[in-house]
Design a protein around this ligand. Structure first.
Ligand SMILES: [Ca+2]
Ligand SMILES: [Ca+2]
Length: 204
C-alpha cells in the first residue's frame, strides 16, 4: 500500500500537467442558466438575442434551453486553446428571407491580437432556400496551433433590414487533444523515471 501511495505521489503532478496546457472551457455552453451568463453579446441594426426553450418548431439539442440570435447579432467567449483541441457546437439557421436578400450566419475565431483566424459561413438563404431552415447540425473545429481569442457565432441581414433570419446555437463545448503516440512515449518514459526516482529515494 505504501509503495502504491509513493507511486501516486510521483504520478499525480505529471497527470495534472497533461490537462493544464490551455484548454477551451465554455461557460454556460448549453445556455442552461436560461440567459447569456458567460457570453459577450453584440447586437446592431435591429438585432436581438434570447435564450429560449423552443422556436419555429425546434427544441434544444441538449438540456432545456438554446440560444436564439436574430437579425444582426453575435455571441462570443474569450478562450485559450491548445494545438489539436477540438470544439463542437450545434447550429440551426432559420432563413426568414428570400433571394436576393441573402441573410447569413457565421462561426468565427478572432485572435487576441485582433486578426481573423477563421470566418466560416454556416449557412445563408441561398444554401438553405427561401424561408427555409437547415435543421440542427453539429460542427466541429480543430485548432492546428495553440492560441487565444474570441470564439463566436453570428447572424446578419443582407441587402435590407427587414425579414430577420435567425441562428440557433446549443451544446457548445470543447474536448482535450488526443496525445500523439510520440507524446505518450515521452510521458511514459517520464513516469518510469519518476517511479525509478521514488524507488531510489526509498532505498537510500
Ligand atoms: Ca441547451
Ligand atoms: Ca433580411
Amino acid at each position: 500500500m505504501k509503495k502504491f501511495l509513493t507511486f501516486l505521489c510521483a504520478v499525480m503532478p505529471v497527470l495534472g500537467m497533461i490537462g493544464s496546457a490551455g484548454a477551451v472551457s465554455f461557460q454556460n455552453g448549453s445556455f442552461e442558466t436560461g440567459d447569456f451568463t458567460g457570453w459577450d453579446v453584440i447586437t446592431s441594426a435591429g438585432g436581438s438575442v434570447s435564450v429560449v426553450t423552443g422556436n419555429s418548431g425546434f427544441g434544444p439539442t441538449d438540456g432545456t434551453y438554446f440560444a436564439n440570435l436574430v437579425a444582426n447579432s453575435k455571441i462570443s467567449q474569450d478562450q485559450i486553446w491548445s494545438a489539436g483541441e477540438t470544439i463542437s457546437f450545434d447550429w440551426n439557421f432559420n432563413a426568414n428571407d428570400y433571394l436576393p436578400f441573402n441573410d447569413y450566419s457565421i462561426f468565427s475565431i478572432i485572435s487576441t491580437n485582433g486578426s481573423m483566424l477563421f470566418n466560416y459561413t454556416l449557412a445563408n438563404v441561398a444554401a438553405t432556400g427561401n424561408f427555409n431552415a437547415t435543421g440542427w447540425n453539429t460542427y466541429q473545429y480543430t485548432f492546428a496551433t495553440a492560441g487565444s481569442g474570441s470564439i463566436g457565432f453570428g447572424v446578419y441581414n443582407f441587402g435590407d433590414t427587414i425579414y430577420d433570419s435567425q441562428l440557433y446555437i446549443d451544446n457548445v463545448g470543447g474536448t482535450a487533444p488526443v496525445p500523439e503516440p510520440a507524446t505518450i512515449l515521452l510521458m511514459g518514459s517520464g513516469l518510469l523515471g519518476l517511479v525509478g526516482y521514488s524507488c531510489k529515494r526509498k532505498k537510500s
